[in-house]
Design a protein around this ligand. Structure first.
Ligand SMILES: [Fe+2]
Ligand SMILES: [Fe+2]
Length: 240
């Protein structure tokens, strides 16, 4: 019996893995060090400190085209849409960081960390566009980050196939959402459109990659719940 309990406790994807991680945090100095690093990263991602490693897709546009003439209503609309996209990238960063922490597979951990680098560029580009528009990121970014980190960690602890499937579905929903933004953005706002178009291509790539690596598609109720939560997030983030 004792052996059975010990074996269950040691299984990477058992419900006890949550308890084991919590115990590690209390007793293991390296786990505490890692938790502080995660918190430090979180503070960076929810601030405006993130620097892109690649050029902003709108950088090549001539200044006259980039600044495009937007009415004040259009500016408000674009600021809202780009704030939503910025929040999406804050959440993507949290999901990838959490999923990288949750997996015990070093190769998969590396996949999440690499993908998070693309998302950091998206975060920086959308943040840059918001400041060009004189708009602020969402004041609720710490809440979005914490919620997404929790979801990513739980998905990660449910096993690599589930974690990858959750990621593939997230990216699929983000890609569809960015497609609707391309329809809503004013035609003359070439700067926002260039950023969103590049992000849409890369989100599709992340989704295909996760599916190819063996992601199991989430069940319909989970997909619907993800859509519902995304609807709440986009509706709120467009305003604050
Ligand atoms: Fe992204
Ligand atoms: Fe992505």
């Amino acid at each position: 019996m004792v052996h059975l309990i010990q074996a269950t406790f040691a299984m990477p994807n058992s419900p006890f893995s949550f308890l084991r991680s919590a115990l590690q945090l209390v007793t293991d100095p390296s786990a505490q060090d890692n938790a502080f690093k995660q918190m430090d990263q979180a503070l960076k991602f929810i601030s405006t400190e993130v620097q892109a490693n690649r050029p902003n897709p709108s950088d090549n546009l001539p200044t006259a085209v980039k600044s495009g003439l937007l009415s004040s209503e259009e500016k408000t609309l674009v600021a809202g849409l780009m704030r939503v996209n910025h929040v999406g990238e804050v959440c993507a960063q949290a999901l990838y960081q959490a999923q990288a922490q949750a997996t015990n597979n070093p190769a998969l951990k590396e996949v999440f960390i690499e993908a998070a680098k693309d998302e950091a560029d998206h975060l920086a580009w959308t943040g840059q566009r918001l400041s060009e528009l004189g708009a602020q990121p969402s004041v609720l970014n710490p809440v979005w980050y914490a919620g997404a980190y929790g979801l990513g960690w739980v998905a990660g602890k449910m096993g690599d196939a589930t974690s990858l499937g959750f990621l593939a579905e997230t990216e699929k929903q983000v890609e569809a959402h960015l497609t609707t933004h391309l329809k809503k953005l004013p035609a003359q706002d070439h700067a926002s459109r260039a950023i969103v178009e590049q992000m849409r291509l890369e989100e599709a790539g992340h989704g295909h990659h996760a599916a190819q690596l063996g992601g199991t598609p989430p069940a319909l109720p989970v997909r619907l719940a993800m859509r519902f939560m995304s609807k709440i997030m986009t509706t709120v983030a467009q305003r604050i």
